[in-house]
Design a protein around this ligand. Structure first.
Ligand SMILES: [Zn+2]
Ligand SMILES: [Zn+2]
Length: 294
């Protein structure tokens, strides 16, 4: 039996959200806002710069050896071969590491996407009132039924229910939704401002190669002589701050609307894209609290 709509209290017009996509009598625009969550973008594989540098030196050493030989002098023929051997070893080790990191990231993305799909498909549309809603148990065995939800807010509700980290005794539908528009602190306009993850995923109006590199999602800092690799909690903190950032495409500045980092957090000034990662790192280090999975 269909669950009752929270607005009209009847179940006659309720249709499961996945079913409306096969129903031509529902306007395509109404179906589009309730589309299934898209798969997460895949991170590009990383190249080993260390190995590339070694290969360049091996090439130079080989060239120098050849030059010495043609000039009739003794030449260090073994050196290029040693450099190539080290380069191959470095490359294969860094590929192993990159593959492991990519597998781990891919697994996490897949898990999140499955969670989004599970909640998305648990929703219903009341064709009488035009509102969406979630019956009890849509997010977990004991989760509360949602109030009536405007279809335009449906996707944000699904994301908040999966990522929101609401306390178990509270309704997953009570989480505050992130703002859908924000004014750029530099030009004060809202037309060209959008969340950074959305700006990077936009294939219709791409942000440009250099800006997309400067605004890229944080990856774990590699181990150095001074310290081990970044611990997962620190990386997660940087990612949450990254995720809450906005970009103004006109001014090419990043910014944080008031309340986007934590309840009551002040609005940030305009941050040039070149300084964005630095800003994310120092904000994470300062312990800015961002609502997210705990
Ligand atoms: Zn209704
Ligand atoms: Zn602007």
């Amino acid at each position: 039996m269909a669950p009752a709509c929270p607005q009209c209290a009847t179940s006659y017009h309720a249709v499961p959200v996945p079913q409306i996509h096969a129903d031509a009598s529902i306007p395509s625009q109404a179906r589009a806002v309730l589309a299934p969550p898209p798969p997460e973008p895949q991170a590009p594989p990383q190249q080993s710069t260390g190995a590339s540098v070694l290969f360049v030196f091996a090439g130079l050493a080989a060239g120098a050896a050849l030059f010495s030989l043609t000039a009739g002098k003794a030449a260090p023929i073994g050196l290029p071969a040693i450099l190539v051997a080290i380069g191959v070893a470095v490359r294969s080790r860094s590929r192993d590491r990159a593959r492991q990191a990519a597998e781990q990231a891919g697994y996490e993305q897949q898990t999140r996407h499955q969670g989004l799909l599970r909640v998305w498909q648990a929703g219903w549309l009341c064709r009488g009132c035009g509102v969406a809603f979630f019956p009890a148990g849509a997010v977990g065995p004991d989760s509360a039924a949602s109030p009536a939800i405007e279809p335009a807010e449906y996707q944000a509700r699904v994301i908040a229910a999966v990522d929101g980290g609401h306390p178990p005794d509270q309704s997953p539908w009570s989480a505050e939704l992130p703002p859908t528009t924000a004014a750029c602190p530099q030009c004060a306009g809202t037309d060209h401002a959008l969340p950074i993850p959305r700006a990077l995923a936009d294939t219709v109006q791409p942000v440009g190669v250099s800006a997309s590199v400067l605004l890229a999602e944080p990856v774990a800092a590699k181990p150095t002589r001074r310290g081990p690799a970044e611990d997962p909690a620190a990386l997660a903190a940087r990612k949450r701050i990254w995720q809450a950032g906005w970009l103004c495409r006109t001014c090419l500045v990043a910014f944080y609307p008031a309340g986007s980092l934590a309840a009551g957090s002040p609005a940030s000034p305009a941050i040039p894209v070149q300084r964005f990662q630095e800003w994310v790192t120092s904000t994470a280090a300062a312990g800015a609290v961002v609502q997210g999975p705990s």
